[in-house]
Ligand binder design. Sequence first.
Ligand SMILES: N[C@@H](CCC(=O)N[C@@H](CS)C(=O)NCC(=O)O)C(=O)O
Length: 255
Amino acid sequence: MSQVTLYHWEPNANSGKPMLALAEKGVAFNSHYIDMLQFDQHKPEYLAVNPQGTIPAMTHGDRVLTESTAIMEYVDNAFDGPELMPADPRDRWRIRWWMKFMDQWLAPSFSMIGWSMFVGPSVRQRDPAELEAAIERIPLPERRVAWRKAIHGSFSAEEMAESQRRVGIGIGMLEEELAKRAWLASDQYSLADVNGFNLAYAIPLSQPELSNDEKTPHLLEWLRKIYERPATRQTWAMGRTDMVKRVAILEREPA
Ligand SMILES: N[C@@H](CCC(=O)N[C@@H](CS)C(=O)NCC(=O)O)C(=O)O
């Protein structure tokens, strides 16, 4: 059996997607933690795996796989375990619709807010010359821009407002969709739920005005149900930073 190694940061956003998919499938993997805040993703050892210097990446035997959503699909197809893509073509279309919408339109806005509130403040007290040298080593120019803005707190008011607008729309769309069925995109738990949980698990904490038991009951119930799954517990227990501890907001009150 070929070994699986996952290079990942926290169970959050892109890294959390393949972590949770592997756990749902019951696939044992070597966990290689990349400390994003220490810039491990730009060190030569990791660039030998993924020259773009972004996480996650996965190896399966001699195959190297990148792009979190595509990795999840690979995991679902390559291994036994519960199917995370139903057979029905319309369900498959809906799952891919949601994943495309989240990855392309919604996640970058969540990411901008997260980078300005967590990533920037976590590193900006370090020596400026060291930080600038670290940024210079980043292979992708767009990631250099994101790091500079996060460190210097220079996301513009317009781009932050646009991100907040998209988050508001996204929350409304999730609530509307989750009122229709138990899971986001089909009647069975799927990759869309894995993807969506990674994006949305902290919404009740970060957006309490927009998402709470009164305004978005279906969204809250969906998040809590996913958090109760053994694979989710196991995956979030692998987190090391305060950021992922936000998941505790999803614990149900004792009856
Ligand atoms: N589209 C890629 C995006 C990967 C990505 O940009 N990941 C972020 C973390 S969520 C990253 O590696 N950031 C590191 C950096 O910018 O230095 C995917 O979904 O895998």
